[in-house]
Design a binder for this molecule. Structure first.
Ligand code: NAP
Length: 309
């Protein structure tokens, strides 16, 4: 067995604890050597409150996984790249396309690996869906992504601030699947963004898009759904219907279940990161971020009732 690569986790919050720590421990490529967080700590590793202090103190830890909110990602990724570290970024990769593209250029110049992750692309149904669709003609695409913000983002004030993405924080997951399975660019035509009167980011969005061949693509994002949660993408083709359900973890062709199984999204992310580092390559696809940006550019603002977390 090859030696595990020491890695530092930055931003010990919900996703770091729920997914990154167990996936690093369960995988073969990395060992958690350090954590950087102002309030959180990880038992049994070197803990730092400050990213600069970590970079100086642990030159032996050459890989960092950034699990902070997007608004602080650019500065941290830029410092890590300048310090010669390989970098994994949680989604969304940055606050703006400009920042994301600048990071790609800096990583290429420095010769380090930069991995802009989209965890939903590692859901079990996504790759078989892409393969099934590759020789079909797409007629329509319908995305319904409705969840309860109180359940998935408890106490996360940053998500409602400028640069926090609002309902596009989960919505970008759907867009990451869309751009993985449908070939060619997707174009935004118009959108309606619902802003609670006491919030700075949208709680719901309705987006009209089209494929480059003109097939209509609709997306409904809503953060007010209590009870059962909905993360579905339905694609009508010349040869039948495909449906990705439960965030891409279940694939149906027609009415028949085609692919399903236990969640391996973050296990898949760390396997891919290991392979990228070994090959000295980067993986930075910013199409989902571009669709979010275009939805804001084409967006009509609608003010709706106040919302309390
Ligand atoms: P979170 O629970 O708020 O954790 C983020 C951590 O980043 C915080 O614990 C905080 O730790 C640190 N941080 C550093 N600078 C910060 C700042 N300016 N504002 C707030 N926190 C700051 O958020 P999360 O849910 O883990 O999300 C982190 C990233 O993962 C986001 O990009 C999100 O989209 C993505 N993600 C989240 C989920 C999910 O279900 N929650 C799923 C997939 C991906 P310290 O205060 O200790 O520094």
């Amino acid at each position: 067995m090859t030696k595990r690569i020491p890695l530092a986790l930055v931003g010990v919050g919900k996703i770091a604890r729920d997914q990154h720590i167990p996936s690093i421990a369960g995988g073969a490529d990395f060992e958690l050597a350090a954590a950087v967080s102002r309030h959180g700590k990880v038992d049994g590793v070197d803990n730092f409150e400050n990213f600069d202090a970590f970079l100086t103190a642990r030159p032996d830890v050459k890989v960092v996984s950034l699990c902070t909110p997007p608004e602080v990602r650019f500065d941290m990724a830029k410092k890590a790249i300048a310090a010669g570290r390989d970098v994994l970024m949680e989604k969304p990769p940055a606050t703006t396309l400009g920042e994301a593209e600048a990071l790609s250029a800096l990583a290429a110049e420095a010769g380090v690996t930069l991995f802009a992750t989209w965890h939903s692309r590692f859901a079990l149904g996504v790759e078989p869906a892409r393969l099934w669709l590759s020789d079909k003609t797409i007629k329509t695409v319908s995305i319904v992504w409705k969840e309860d913000v109180r359940r998935w983002h408890p106490g996360q004030a940053w998500i409602w601030e400028p640069g926090g993405f609002g309902v596009f924080d989960p919505g970008i997951n759907a867009l990451s699947i869309l751009t993985a399975v449908v070939p060619g660019p997707i174009l935004v035509e118009r959108s309606t963004l619902e802003f609670p009167e006491n919030k700075k980011q949208p709680i719901a969005a309705s987006i009209a898009m089209r494929t480059v061949d003109g097939a209509p693509v609709s997306a409904e994002f809503d953060w007010r759904q209590e009870g059962p949660q909905t993360w579905d993408i339905t694609i009508e083709t010349d040869q039948g219907l495909l449906r990705l359900s439960k965030g891409g973890s279940e694939l149906y062709i027609g009415d028949a279940l085609h692919t399903a199984g236990p969640d391996r999204e973050y296990a898949g992310i760390y396997e891919r990161f290991g392979a990228l580092i070994r090959a000295r390559e980067s993986d930075t696809d910013y199409q989902p971020l571009r669709l979010v940006a275009d939805s804001f550019l084409c967006g009509e603002r609608k003010v709706v009732a106040s919302f309390e977390d």
